[in-house]
Design a protein around this ligand. Structure first.
Ligand code: SF4
Length: 288
């Protein structure tokens, strides 16, 4: 290879090439989907954080976002539906030195996996959970989810969603997560910074990423890909330390982004060692 060819090859390298299984690309994500941006911010945050990537695993559940684990050139696991968090918890308990990152979607983490989420947050298991919230079940055709906004249309709510969605940061806070942030895919740099902070927190960290799903959610709600990004730009209110009760996703009123909780506390393994691995006490002398 000539020097010019080498230079051209170097110039065409992507900064994340060393973390991507490029042989698996093209990926499955649709044009205009926000998952790629969320994934790239997550990998960038992992790289910039300085964590030992040889000692890091990524775990995903099922869904479009759940494909993330298959594209990262690290130890990674694509688990069954809703089971990314218990799988990740098991890995962390078995090897407390591991950095464990869960990258999955709102359906996987908060519907079928909801019970696992609340208890891992309660116990402050040292995991970094990145949730791509695109307001519906994209992979299976755009059904209503636990995050679908009130009155939004999906394949299973053609007249509009009659229910109210979860406020995910409030749920994470109420369950005991020690780091909670929310950004959109339009705020890629802030999202990267949040992931760096989340990785540094020695406990359960939750980062919600609001992302467009133009193919299923956008199409049914008459929202073109750029409309969603415009909404993210015009209706986002950056307010760090906002109280989690203020964080409903309501585009009419505006949606608050930022870091809301950064409150390290002993994590599950610290508590386990303190309570269950007491130092050996000297044996009592017998009263002979
Ligand atoms: S269906 Fe939606 S979430 Fe899934 S890849 Fe396509 S645009 Fe993205």
């Amino acid at each position: 290879m000539t020097t010019a060819q080498e230079a051209q090859r170097e110039a065409s390298r992507h900064p994340l090439d060393d973390l991507l299984r490029t042989e698996r690309i093209p990926h499955i994500w649709c044009p205009g989907c926000g998952i790629g941006t969320a994934f790239s911010s997550c990998l960038m945050g992992m790289k910039e954080s300085g964590i030992d990537l040889d000692n890091t695993v990524m775990v995903s559940g099922i869904g479009c976002s759940g494909r993330g684990a298959g594209y990262v050139k690290l130890d990674s696991y694509h688990t069954t539906h809703g089971r990314a968090i218990p799988f990740a918890t098991g890995m962390k308990l078995a090897n407390t030195d591991l950095n464990v990152v869960v990258f999955s979607g709102d359906g996987d983490l908060f519907a079928i996996g909801g019970n696992h989420f609340i208890h891992a947050a309660r116990r402050n298991v040292d995991l970094t959970v990145v949730c791509v919230n695109n307001f519906n079940y994209g992979m299976t055709g755009g059904q209503v989810a636990a995050t679908t906004p009130h009155l939004a249309k999906t394949t299973t709510t053609p007249l509009g969603n009659p229910d109210s969605p979860f406020n995910l940061p409030l749920l994470a806070y109420a369950c005991g997560a020690s780091y909670v942030a929310r950004w959109t895919t339009l705020h890629a740099r802030d999202l990267t910074s949040a992931i760096i902070e989340a990785l540094a927190n020695p406990g359960f960290s939750f980062v919600e990423v609001l992302a467009p799903c133009p193919i299923n959610y956008g199409r049914r709600n008459k929202e073109k890909p750029l409309d969603t990004l415009r909404l993210f730009q015009e209706k986002s209110i950056i307010k760090n330390d906002a109280h989690p009760t203020e964080l409903d996703v309501d585009w009419e009123r505006g949606v608050v982004l930022g870091t809301f909780v950064n409150n390290p506390r002993p994590c599950s393994t610290d508590m386990y060692d303190k309570v269950c691995r007491l130092e050996e006490k000297p044996a009592k002398k017998s009263a002979a």
